[in-house]
Design a protein around this ligand. Structure first.
Ligand code: PGA
Length: 247
């Protein structure tokens, strides 16, 4: 089954109207492979701005959301609000949410369920820390994280699974194509055994962690790598090269 290549940009807490506006202009004017689904993760306060300026062929994602539609949750945003801005995706479970802000697997699962019920697509992030990789428990960690997500998903067509080894995020240490492929393949096997063969074959598993214009092509050539989640390089014109990694 062919899986449409998916490239997400994660702007994190970076940029302002001037610099993001310039980036958006570059993206709108670039020649991009029409066979790639592109989604830019904007800071919450710039979701409206990004959606109104980015060409309609590019999707926009929030970088987080809460697990209910509204209420007394100071500082949070809901999937309903995200959709109200014309934005159709949310990144959930990013390692910075897990490890800087202490989000639990349980909360990420609840957020996933509510975001999907609200009609958002979810880029669900998982990944092991360095000590976990060195301790030989990468699979155990990513399977456990994936299980909590899977327990909260009814419609897998709205989910992209992002494998992002924590040791590779923002460190300049990209996983080797073999390291990425190995985990992606295992994740697909897990999905086959625990969800269904159809889901295992159709769900996009994307890689994140120091992806650059220089590393993207070989990573993209791996059988089970269906795209990328890009942090630092998504703020640069280099992002276009990554979008076109398979072209
Ligand atoms: P990076 O970030 O590309 O800067 O390593 C990836 C991510 O956090 O999604």
């Amino acid at each position: 089954m062919s899986r449409k290549f998916f490239v997400g940009g994660n702007w994190k807490m970076n940029g302002d109207k001037k610099s993001l506006g310039d980036l958006i202009q570059t993206m709108n004017g670039a020649k991009v492979d029409p066979n790639v689904e592109v989604v830019c993760g904007a800071p919450a306060i710039y979701l409206d701005f990004a959606r109104s300026k980015l060409d309609a062929k590019f999707g926009v994602a929030a970088q987080n959301c809460y697990k209910v539609a509204k209420g007394a949750f100071t500082g949070e945003i809901s999937p309903a609000m995200i959709k109200d801005c014309g934005v159709n995706w949310v990144i959930l479970g990013h390692s910075e949410r897990r490890h800087v802000f202490g989000e639990s697997d349980e909360l990420i699962g609840q957020k996933t369920a509510h975001a999907l019920e609200s009609g958002l697509g979810v880029i669900a992030c998982i990944g092991e820390k360095l000590d976990e990789r060195e301790g030989g428990i990468t699979e155990k960690v990513v399977f456990a994280q994936t299980k909590v997500i899977a327990d909260n998903v009814k419609d897998w067509s709205k989910v992209v699974l992002a494998y992002e080894p924590v040791w590779a995020i923002g460190t300049g240490k990209t996983a080797s194509p073999q390291q990425a492929q190995e985990v992606h393949e295992k994740l697909r096997e897990w999905l086959k055994a625990n969800v269904s063969e159809a889901v295992a074959n159709s769900v996009r598993i994307i890689y994140g962690g120091s992806v650059t214009g220089g590393t993207c092509k070989e990573l993209a050539s791996q059988k089970d790598v269906d795209g990328f989640l890009v942090g630092g390089a998504s703020l640069k014109p280099e992002f276009i090269e990554i979008i076109n990694a398979k072209a």
